[in-house]
Design a protein around this ligand. Structure first.
Ligand code: C5P
Length: 325
């Protein structure tokens, strides 16, 4: 028997009415709750709001839930769990054990400030950030002035400004790097070390003192020009959090750019993203050079997944994604 041909009896009709009234009430209550949340976000007195932007990232439920996963930066008292260490050591086949890691971190903090200097949220400030990836799509983008107008400008690896000012700007407050991608910095820019192995931590100690003489899969700068009082080291547990939570464990490990972007969501109230996106052949080419390796793709990183997340975050208005040319 076809279900749509069943006769509807009187008691069924009244039951249906009750169900519909119930659904209606549920909708009204739901709208009320959302409305109240919306009101509370935008009409709270200024000194009760965490920041002075129209929308503060830390008010978003998603980020509130995520902020408890891991501290973004290492500090003298920050203890990495064994589990997180074991995840991190697999990134680049680390041979040394946890106690060697711990000893190296202790040495780092004999040289670096005990904790990273991150400006906390404040009701009278809107900490805006530009996270600038190295995509070739920055060429002819004319994004320079918009990038420079943000409070914090995060660049990475061999990303440069000289000769590209109109498209990428001139200011750099934070420069993310690892030994194989290191560049010299001026005295006011913060060096943000993304370490993928214990040798990277040893490198920062030596590069600021006697010089580093170890070898890696690429030549490494023996010494670095930068202000050592402004060095910050990304917490390996934060890298794992980005991989597990934001990328659902896709790919071997997140790219420098994607980790910098999530870092931005944690330390800024408003995030503007530039210089992300592969070229038409799917390669992560750079704005300052012609692509050498035509089979580069997105290296060991889950480039498509990262780009998908970036687009979703933009749709959800958690960040502003400025696509290039
Ligand atoms: O190539 P490099 O790793 O220095 O680039 C920095 C970051 O910029 C990458 O980790 C990636 O997240 C992003 N990128 C991109 N599209 C490109 C080049 C880089 O999204 N074409």
């Amino acid at each position: 028997m076809r279900l749509d041909c069943l006769p509807i009896h009187k008691h069924q009709t009244s039951k249906m009415k009750k169900v519909m009234v119930f659904i209606f009430l549920l909708c009204v209550t739901g709208i009320g709750v959302f409305w109240r949340e919306d009101i509370s976000l935008h009409f709270l007195p200024q000194d009760e709001r965490p920041c002075a932007c129209d929308q503060c990232l830390c008010e978003d439920g998603l980020l509130q839930n995520f902020s408890k996963f891991a501290e973004p930066f290492l500090s003298v008292n920050c203890n990495l769990s064994n589990d997180d260490f074991n995840w991190w050591r697999r990134i680049q086949n680390e041979k040394h054990n946890y106690s060697y890691y711990k000893t190296t971190v202790d040495k780092i903090f004999q040289m670096l400030p005990a904790s990273a200097d991150v400006e906390p949220p404040s009701p009278d400030r809107c900490r805006t950030c530009a996270v600038v990836g190295n995509s070739g799509n920055l060429k002819n983008s004319h994004h320079g002035p918009l990038i420079d107008s943000q409070d914090i400008v995060i660049r990475m690896n061999r990303g440069r400004t000289k000769g590209y000012e109109a498209d990428v700007g001139t200011r750099t407050t934070h420069h993310v790097m690892y030994p194989e991608s290191a560049v010299d910095l001026d005295n006011t820019t913060r060096l943000v070390l993304f370490s993928f192995k214990i040798m990277d931590l040893e490198w920062v100690i030596k590069a600021f003192s006697t010089g580093f003489s170890g070898s890696s899969y690429m030549p490494i700068k023996s010494k670095i020009k930068a202000n050592k009082d402004l060095v910050m080291v990304l917490n390996p547990a934060f890298m794992r959090y980005v991989h597990d939570v934001w990328l659902q464990k896709k790919g071997r490990y997140p790219s420098t750019g994607f980790m910098a972007l999530v870092l931005g969501l944690h330390i800024c109230d408003e995030v503007h993203v530039f210089g992300f996106g592969a070229d038409s052949d799917g390669n992560w080419s750079h704005y300052w050079e012609k692509l050498q390796d035509k089979k580069l793709k997105t290296g060991p990183h889950p480039g498509d997944e990262e780009y998908g997340v970036l687009q979703k975050l933009a749709q959800r208005q958690l960040l502003k994604f400025h696509k290039g040319s």
